[in-house]
Design a protein around this ligand. Structure first.
Ligand code: URA
Length: 434
């Protein structure tokens, strides 16, 4: 089928032959299928979905749009973690050095901010000099010699996803289970892993707003992994409020380093330890998550996790002294606070609204070509369950450009719900799927 016929078939709910899906995605990677045709196809997939057969063909075509790495020169089981995306989700920044410090090699291909969510690559680039555009030979060498390497997609690793990810970001086709599953799994399967831990975020700041949808997404990705002979575990975690106390690139790096010093917020610490413990079990370094936690506590207490982060930063062209002395990271010129409009308890935080407010501040992109301001963002002073007085700060805003400050403050004020009684506590780890 020609692109027009294939788009029409999906629009009308007809099955797509795997060979045609392959030709369509290959055509897109090579530039023969245009962005507007791919946008129309993604919107048709958004409404019609993909059958299991179509999804397998779609994912394989994305995976095989580039090189599929074999990292067998690195000893041991190579394990990665990937999040489906959230607000304040800085887990990868602390998890990669923690796992590597415990002897699990971590090959990690990450993404940039997508929609209202932040991206690991943008956070890493707030460390002066840090490069995420390393070539494949350097990536291979660093996984072997340093124990972890965090890069973006290259022209040779899952290039179809690189193009499609940016297109979906601006065409309202991100929050679609088959498109998320194929995007994540194509790049993860290309990077040379033996096993994968998935952090499927659920709640107001996630693409999956309900546990049912998150479970479907987790099971879909586990199914793709099984097809490709990779062990995949999915953990459903809470994203009904931003994770940790910071949102914004350099601010999140600071919180990640504090986690490696054992001094970060309880929710962020717990999610990071739970996911890294899964990695240690998958990587054969611990028999149980409880045993893994003992090792993780040790590398935090003896400083080797922070030292590993410095090694990673140095190996990727960054300045490790900015990790040791956090004041060397980019800092916004001004701060202001958003006051609580009334007294009571914080009963909810619309995390998607917080992500969009961070974008308006300059921490994320509205268009693919937008530059990011690494210094700006929010420090969350009152999270769910906290008691507040009228006028007390809910959030401290770090900003450089005041032109949209009123809009940002209005968005933040609207995102916080304040009621008369404390809300029931929600579990952070909602479910584990294997
Ligand atoms: N993360 C990805 O890598 N891809 C998506 O589509 C969503 C989150």
């Amino acid at each position: 089928m020609r692109p027009y016929e294939l788009i029409k078939a999906k629009r009308d709910g007809q099955p797509l032959p795997p060979a045609d899906i392959r030709a369509f995605l290959d055509g897109y990677t090579q530039g023969d299928v245009t962005d507007y045709q791919m946008s129309a196809m993604c919107m048709a997939v958004f409404f019609r979905g993909l059958s299991d057969v179509e999804l397998a063909a779609w994912t394989r075509a994305m995976l095989e749009s580039g090189e599929v790495l074999d990292l067998s020169e690195t000893k041991g089981l190579k394990v990665d973690k990937h999040s489906t995306g959230g607000v304040g989700d800085k887990v990868s920044l602390s998890l990669a050095p923690l796992a590597a410090a415990c002897g699990v090699p971590v090959p990690m291909i990450s993404g940039r901010g997508l929609g209202h969510t932040g991206g690991t690559l943008d956070k890493l680039e707030s460390i002066p000099g840090f490069r995420v555009d390393l070539d494949v030979p350097t990536y291979r060498r660093l996984v072997k010699d340093v124990g972890a390497c965090l890069i973006g997609q290259t022209a040779t690793l899952a290039p179809a996803d690189k193009k499609l990810y940016a297109l979906r970001d601006v065409t309202a086709t991100v929050d679609c289970i088959p498109l998320i599953a194929s995007s994540i799994m194509s790049k993860k399967l290309a990077e040379g892993i033996d096993a994968l831990v998935l952090d499927v975020k659920v709640g107001s700041g996630a693409f999956m707003k309900t546990v049912e949808d998150a479970r479907t997404l987790g099971r879909t990705m586990i199914g793709i992994g099984r097809e490709m002979n990779k062990k995949v575990v999915a953990v459903l975690t809470d994203m009904d409020q931003p994770l940790g106390n910071t949102v914004g690139n350099a601010l999140e790096v600071i919180e990640a380093v504090e986690m490696l010093r054992g001094k970060a917020s309880a929710d962020y610490t717990e999610v990071t330890l739970a996911l890294t413990a899964e990695m240690l079990v998958q990587g054969g370094k611990a028999k149980t998550p409880a045993e893994a936690r003992v090792q993780l506590a040790k590398v935090i207490a003896d400083g080797s996790a922070e030292a590993k982060l410095c090694d990673i930063v140095k190996a990727q062209g960054g300045d490790p002294s900015a990790i040791r002395e956090l004041s060397k990271l980019p800092r916004a010129r001004h701060t202001t606070t958003v006051p609580a409009p009334r007294a009571g308890f914080v009963t909810g935080i619309d995390s998607e609204a917080v992500g969009l407010a961070a974008m308006a501040l300059g921490a994320g992109r509205a268009k693919t070509t937008d530059a990011i301001d690494p210094a700006v963002g929010f420090v969350l002073e009152k999270k769910m369950g906290a008691r507040v007085q009228a006028g007390e700060a809910l959030v401290t805003v770090h900003y450089n450009d005041a032109s949209r400050l009123d809009e940002v403050k209005a968005r933040v004020t609207k995102a916080w719900r304040i009621g008369d009684a404390a809300p029931a506590a929600r579990p952070l780890i909602l479910e584990r799927l294997e």
